[in-house]
Design a protein around this ligand. Structure first.
Ligand code: FEO
Length: 400
């Protein structure tokens, strides 16, 4: 059975949600599932904007054929060639053999890599600034390289003032009937997943996202239709502001993230004591994470949100405890920067993890170390309470 929704009088959402997939891209846990959005424009010519992941192909084709209501599909605009959106192109061509595919030069280069059908026989190549009319609707093509792949583009439709934004402004999370951000409590129920999606999928490419935001600022946008998660038709400033913060690597909150690794609870104890002292000193926004049982995608998301990061870890095989090392590697890969940091190390005979964590953080941009490394030898001792208070004072003093 079809499951579609109207976006405007002539534009329909024909996507679907997957609540079975455990790991998006086989790496990111998605407890709330994920949606793959696609949109059909019913005009003199029919136009589909992107397809979907193969996991929802049945729902997608039921939706598409319902909306087309016996008409053929004339055009497919391919904004992004990652398989979560392009997997169904070949099947579309089997159903609609006269279909014209619209994409840029890189789109078709990738399409030839993923598929074996005769791409050139169907391709119409567009570049930055080109337009295409389906009748009443006029589509403008805007290149958005590295948001999230090199071929990515977004499409602006001038009649409805809709920005079809590809991965941009997307989020993890299945859609539950409501497809508009104003139909849900986005700040309460979606923001954490939107941040986790952004920071882990596109976090590395802040400059490219800033470039896209500058291009978007020149458009009169009434609605943002992303390929994942809710559509924005009200309060666009909310999500544009979040994207501006995330892509400029500015902290979203004046908050302290304490990320600890602990084998037997001693480093954990130090983390908890520090959190308690911070609370005593009036800090309200404190989050404490055990890196061994928190997915690194959540740690990255929180590192983007919080202004202060305290890293606490034992020394392990003469190096940094592996789960913490993995977090540090991901921080580098995703370009985490502009944070205030402090280190707490533990070691029973040769504590060197603090020095090594500091070396890794030094490779990140504009990180400020606000205190000397605090060393725990096996377990925290009563006479170290003052050192933790001193660290807490420095954190408080450096909060805005
Ligand atoms: Fe949702 Fe980069 O694909």
């Amino acid at each position: 059975m079809h499951c579609t929704r109207k976006v405007t009088d002539h534009i329909y959402w024909v996507g679907g949600s997957d609540r079975r997939l455990a790991l998006f891209e086989n790496i990111f846990p998605i407890k709330r599932g994920v949606s793959y959005n696609a949109y059909v424009v019913m005009d003199e010519k029919t136009v589909l904007l992107d397809t979907a992941d193969s996991s929802i192909s049945r729902q997608f084709f039921e939706n598409l054929t319902h909306v087309l209501d016996g008409r053929t599909l004339d055009y497919l605009i391919v904004n992004h060639m990652e398989p979560d959106h392009c997997a169904l192109i070949e099947e579309l061509l089997l159903r609609y053999p006269d279909l014209t595919l619209i994409g840029n030069a890189k789109t078709f280069q990738m399409m030839k890599q993923f598929f074996d059908f005769d791409v050139d026989a169907h391709a119409t190549v567009v570049k930055e600034g080109d337009t295409f009319s389906s009748g009443e609707h006029v589509f403008h093509f805007v290149m958005a390289p590295m948001v999230h792949w090199p071929e990515a583009m977004v499409t602006y439709e001038e009649k409805t003032k809709i920005l079809f934004s590809a991965d941009g402004f997307g989020t993890f999370g299945a859609l539950n009937g409501n497809i508009f951000a104003d139909e849900v409590d986005f700040d309460r129920d979606w923001l954490d997943d939107a941040r986790r999606y952004y920071t882990n999928i596109v976090g590395k490419y802040g400059m490219q996202v800033q470039n896209l935001l500058k291009k978007a600022a020149g458009l009169d946008i009434a609605m943002i239709c992303p390929l994942h998660g809710p559509i924005w038709r009200e309060d666009l400033g909310y999500i544009l502001d979040k994207y501006n913060t995330w892509s400029s690597y500015a902290p979203e909150d004046q908050a302290v993230m304490i990320a600890y690794a602990s084998m037997y609870g001693n480093t954990e104890n130090a983390a908890n004591v520090l959190a308690g002292i911070l609370a005593d000193k009036g800090v309200k926004k404190i989050v404490v994470y055990d890196v061994s049982n928190t997915d690194v995608s959540e740690l990255i998301s929180e590192a983007f949100r919080c202004s202060h990061i305290v890293l606490a870890a034992p020394t392990y095989n003469g190096g940094i405890y592996p789960k913490m090392e993995n977090f540090l590697a991901d921080m580098k890969a995703l370009n985490v920067q502009k944070r205030k940091v402090a280190f707490l190390e533990n070691g029973t005979w040769a504590a060197t993890s603090g020095k090594q964590m500091a070396e890794q953080v030094a490779a990140l941009k504009e990180m400020t170390v606000i205190s000397d490394t605090l060393t725990v030898k096996s377990a925290l001792k009563e006479d170290q309470y003052a050192s933790l208070e001193e660290l807490a004072d420095k954190i408080v003093a450096s909060m805005e």
